[in-house]
Design a protein around this ligand. Structure first.
Ligand code: SIN
Ligand code: FE
Length: 295
């Protein structure tokens, strides 16, 4: 396969609309069909005073991201002294606001119900790190998180490459979700009766894990753990230059991040009811394959 099958490029230069109805339609159709929307001319500007944060030394502990909680405004996992942490929060808030304006302007059908989730800053170099396969995002996967049940809500992510040395962010993308799901779903055992209740009672999930969440996690793991699929399965390389912004439904696009440093990322959750083409969503694809409702 080639990257062109997965990428859709738009010449947007501003985080703020208004965007023409034809552009909006193009964007929603591309995203919901499992494409990555690339905005090569949309740069997130890091101020001169903020340049000093573009360094892995900003990271606390051994974790890969600094995160900003949208509810509390708390900054997680930074190694910075309080004044610098406040300034970095400001940069991340500005990115979050820009990403929110972009998504609400470009995808107005989502705007009334869009949920802003975490903002992350990813200063560390991806290449050369050691991870267990399940946690290794250099392997093709769809996003699914063990503690956060989505119950059919979508995961929409906006990324900007802000690498000060111009390093591109190198991704790999995979085959269409329905093809991946058809091949892998039969390898995922159904949830044990009562397991969702137990996970919730033990505080291991925030809310009840649906069968949909169970199967998405299973697909995430089964894909990453299949070394032959990773080596020989359909895939294409994609390079996002510094100064580029891109967005996609990461619960649908098979993706892997192979190299690069200093990206900003904003996660949104989109309720299924807001989708223009719900039949293309992973929930409906899995329900058709399973022959039953999964939420
Ligand atoms: C991922 O979502 O797997 C990582 C994407 C990135 O950090 O570029
Ligand atoms: Fe991912």
């Amino acid at each position: 396969m080639t990257a062109d099958e997965v990428l859709e490029t738009l010449p947007i230069t501003d985080w703020q609309g208004p965007f023409a109805p034809a552009v909006q339609r193009h964007a929603v159709d591309a995203l919901e069909s499992g494409r990555v929307l690339v905005l090569p001319a949309l740069r997130f500007v890091v101020t001169a005073a903020e340049q000093r944060f573009l360094d892995a030394a900003s990271l606390g502990g051994s974790r890969k991201n600094i995160s900003l909680d949208p509810g509390t405004g708390a900054l997680g996992n930074s190694a910075l002294p309080p004044d610098d942490a406040t300034a970095l929060s400001g940069m991340m808030q500005r990115f979050a606001a820009g990403a929110t304006r972009l998504v609400t302007g470009l995808l107005p059908g989502y705007a009334p119900v869009l949920e802003r989730a975490r903002t992350s800053f990813r200063p560390a170099e991806i290449a050369g790190r050691a991870y267990s396969p399940r946690h290794d995002d250099r392997l093709l996967h769809v996003d699914a998180f063990p503690t956060r049940p989505m119950a059919g809500r979508r995961i929409l992510r906006v990324f900007s490459n802000v690498a000060p040395d111009g390093a591109p962010r190198e991704w790999r993308v995979g085959e269409p979700f329905p093809d991946f799901a058809r091949a892998f779903l039969k390898r995922v055992k159904p949830p044990l009766p009562g397991s969702a209740w137990v996970l919730q009672r033990l505080g291991l999930t925030k809310g009840r894990r649906s069968a949909y969440d169970h199967f998405m996690l299973g697909l995430h793991d089964a894909g990453k753990l299949d070394a032959a699929y990773q080596a020989d399965g359909p895939k294409a390389e994609v390079s996002f230059p510094a100064g580029t912004t891109w967005l996609c439904f990461t619960d649908q696009v098979l993706h892997a991040a192979l190299a690069g440093h200093c990206a900003l990322e904003q996660t949104f959750h989109v309720p299924a009811a807001a989708l223009a083409h719900p039949e293309q969503a992973p929930l409906r694809v899995l329900e058709r394959l399973a022959g039953r409702a999964l939420v």
